[in-house]
Design a protein around this ligand. Structure first.
Ligand code: PLP
Length: 383
């Protein structure tokens, strides 16, 4: 059946329509002039450059993050790599928080290295040492990339102090995938750009892969050109799923914050658990920073057992409530044995460097489970 030209039949649906179109037509050459050449009227051109559903979600994301502008990407990694490719040039020095997400580190060490970008990795385990390292390099760096909380230890960074040390000219990017608003507002503390894997809490239903970048409009415009040119874009359907998810972000975060706090407190008092990493617990090394920066501590609780990898696997195998899967922010509770999942390619020396013993388990609380069931399940598995 042929589709005839025509506008929508009506425009008063409560939920806005979802646009799924590879290109956009113009009525005549006057429309091309106004919509494309002069941009005096809003008009689409081609699906890689924009989509009305993206534009709508991007504006909601800017509001959420108190940002001047936002961009949607096909994944969190697409948002990261496009940002760095756009903002860096050969010879630039960057500081990378050493506990950043493994694939982000790969982008710096394996991909950006090819473009002669010089990477200085500094651990965030000691926040003062991190700031001191940044201070030593401040006159030569163009960009500092942070991530907080980091996985699996949930380390935090004194972002305001980092900004203070750097002054206004160095670009600060911050991966806030583990701590979206309302838990943390990266841009209010001095980051220029906040990056998110929207696959996690922003998407919140475990059914999309997407990335988000929010922040300074001048930087976003440079990055937009790279996104539009290299094409790591999503489609209207994914954008619509994200739009749906943003309605419940606050509710979901409140729920997982409470679920994870209850589990963390329980595990902290458990005789068979040797250590718990949760920034809401006073035992976390960065508890004080958590009180300063976070309005909630998120759904991820990492804990250690004083057991071998095989013994730890037995405990994880006995769990019945969580899915054994590598993600967080999904409706379901997910569990991963860190050295058997994310870090299975690391040898003992590598694990010692990142401080992850073989008895480490990362639990990502979902909002659909009853926390009492999760706690009973953990008790049974540990017994
Ligand atoms: N940043 C963090 C902290 C992550 O955990 C992940 C994915 O696990 C990413 C970025 C990458 O996001 P995506 O999987 O959406 O590409």
């Amino acid at each position: 059946m042929t589709r005839r030209r025509g506008r929508e039949l009506y425009l008063n649906s409560v939920e806005p329509p979802t646009y799924q179109s590879a290109s956009y037509y113009f009525d005549d050459s006057d429309h091309v002039r106004a919509g494309l050449h002069e941009r005096s009227t809003a008009a689409g051109r081609y699906g890689r450059y924009s989509n009305p559903t993206w534009l709508e979600v991007e504006s909601q994301l800017s509001e959420l993050n108190s940002a001047e502008s936002s961009l949607l990407f096909s994944s969190g990694m697409a948002a990261h790599s496009t940002t760095f490719l756009a903002l860096l040039k050969p010879g630039d020095h960057v500081v990378l928080a050493a506990e950043s997400y493994r694939q982000v580190r790969n982008v710096f060490h394996e991909i950006l290295k090819k473009f002669d970008i010089i990477v200085h990795e500094i651990s965030i385990r000691d926040p003062d040492m991190f700031c001191a390292g940044v201070r030593r390099l401040r006159d030569q760096v163009r960009l500092v990339h942070l991530e907080m909380p980091s996985s699996p230890h949930m380390y935090l960074i004194d972002v305001a102090q980092v900004r203070d040390v750097l002054g206004p000219d160095v670009i600060v990017t911050l991966d806030s995938s583990f701590s979206p608003p309302p838990n943390f507002h990266a841009l209010r503390w001095g980051a220029d750009l906040a990056l998110f894997s929207a696959t996690k809490y922003l998407g919140g239903h475990g059914d999309i892969v997407a990335g988000v970048l929010s922040g300074r409009a001048d930087l976003i415009e440079q990055i937009r050109w790279y996104r539009d040119t290299t094409g790591p874009v999503t489609d209207g359907h994914v954008a619509a799923l994200l739009r749906r998810s943003l309605y419940t972000l606050q509710l979901r975060m409140e729920r997982v914050n409470a679920q994870a706090m209850a589990v963390a407190l329980h595990l902290d008092a458990h005789p068979k658990v040797s250590r718990v990493y949760y920034t809401g617990l006073p035992s976390h090394p960065h508890f004080k920073l958590g009180q300063q920066y976070l309005n909630g501590h998120g759904g991820v609780v990492t804990f250690e057992l004083d057991r071998t990898e095989a013994e730890t696997a037995e405990v994880v195998d006995r769990l019945k409530v969580p899915f054994m899967a590598s993600n967080f922010g999904a409706p379901q509770t997910l569990v991963e044995q860190s050295t058997f999942f994310t870090y299975f390619e690391y040898d003992d020396a590598g694990l010692a460097t990142i401080g992850v013993p073989r008895g480490t388990i990362r639990l990502a609380l979902g909002y659909t489970d009853d926390v009492a069931d999760v706690i009973d399940d953990l008790d049974n598995a540990l017994r």
